[in-house]
Design a protein around this ligand. Structure first.
Ligand code: TYM
Length: 330
């Protein structure tokens, strides 16, 4: 029986946060044994906002090393850099011609970013979700494990799939998002109504996967809490709910366990313990990251091998698409 296919990616636009880890990468690791997984470092996406070339190059390799340090195994899954595989930009062009301006202009992420940029917003930012659809459809992905913030983009990918399949004939599989309810949305430590993001101007709002223990302690100590004063998982306490989700993700404890452990206590002990749980959870990843970054040859082998496989597999889909839309076959 054919194995189901999984596709996902992260932008190499700066250090990754524990939101990226809990909401996405951690789940990818558990999928690689069962499915045929493709995980990309999506540098074509990253240039939709200005990047310093040397930083982009460094960040791309660092994200690759982080994938490996978090437990992705190149023997089990295909890991590649998006710009190494030419089909992504090619299919994105075709899908652009089938995407509606109206739908693209309703994408929340685009609206947020374009509001800040005004007239000078670039066209790449606008068509960004179309490139994302191309990423997914090229591999005929069944599942796309992402955080909650990508849900709307996934819906667009599903719409484009239907549109293409209906206009021509069945060509693409309809991808399904895999989003964890709480873990899919890790919030800022400074504002529980805002997603934790590496682009937050307040760096107390996020914790990086590579963050130093003392900084983790400081940031968690400063994290906002709620006024109720008890460690309980409820919608009335969004800040505590968020901290409990992080605690649970790193320790494996259920929310009930955590509530019991801190019953009758305020937030102080809980926050101190949370910092240690996060530090302990990240330590082995940070250790492996250092080792892997020292082995440039290994990194190069991984991305070259990954690109070769991804190019081969995605070419098959692109050739089918070109034929169906009426391009002359070479
Ligand atoms: P990016 O690079 O912003 O984020 C990478 C992944 O991390 C998840 N994530 C979070 N999950 C929980 N809580 C948070 N605070 C949090 N912040 C980020 C994101 O949902 C994502 O899964 N467009 C995508 C990259 C992409 C992609 C794709 C993903 C390009 N092509 C194809 C899946 C399939 C992005 O910008 O993710």
């Amino acid at each position: 029986m054919e194995r189901k296919v999984v596709f996902s990616g992260v932008q190499p636009s700066g250090g990754l946060t524990i939101g990226n880890y809990i909401g996405a990468i951690r789940n990818w690791v558990s999928l690689q044994d069962e499915y045929d997984c493709y995980y990309s470092i999506v540098d074509l996406h990253a240039i939709t906002v200005p990047q310093v070339p040397k930083d982009l190059r460094k960040n791309t390799l660092e994200v690759l090393a982080l994938y490996l340090a978090c437990g992705l195994d190149p023997e089990k899954c295909t890991i590649f850099i998006q710009s190494h595989v030419s089909t992504h930009a090619e299919l994105a062009w075709v899908l652009n011609t089938m995407s509606y301006m109206g739908q693209l202009s309703r994408m929340t992420q685009y609206k947020d970013k374009s509001q800040k940029l005004g007239e000078s917003v670039n066209a790449g930012l606008f068509t960004y979700p179309v490139l994302m659809a191309a990423d997914i459809l090229l591999y005929q992905a069944d599942y796309v494990p992402v955080g909650q913030d990508q849900k709307q983009h996934l819906e667009l990918a599903r719409d484009l799939t239907d549109r293409f399949n209906n206009r021509y004939s069945p060509t693409f599989k309809v991808p399904e998002p895999l989003i964890k309810k709480e873990e899919g949305k890790i919030m800022s430590l400074q504002d529980p109504n805002k997603k934790m993001s590496k682009s937050d101007e307040n760096d107390n709002g996020f914790i990086l996967i590579l963050e130093k223990p003392d900084d983790i302690r400081r940031k968690i100590k400063r994290a906002v809490t709620d006024s109720i004063g008890e460690v309980r998982f409820s919608e009335e306490q969004p800040a505590i709910k968020n901290l409990m989700t992080i605690y649970s993700a790193f320790s494996g404890c259920s929310f009930e366990d955590i509530e019991k452990r801190y019953e009758g206590q305020g937030y102080k002990q809980f926050k101190e313990d949370l910092a240690e749980v996060v530090i302990e959870g990240l330590a082995p990843i940070q250790e492996r990251f250092k080792e892997i970054m020292n082995n440039k040859e290994y990194l190069e082998n991984v991305y070259k091998q990954g690109a070769e496989k991804a190019q081969y597999v995605s070419n098959k889909t692109l050739r089918k698409v070109y034929k169906k839309i009426g391009f002359v076959v070479k």
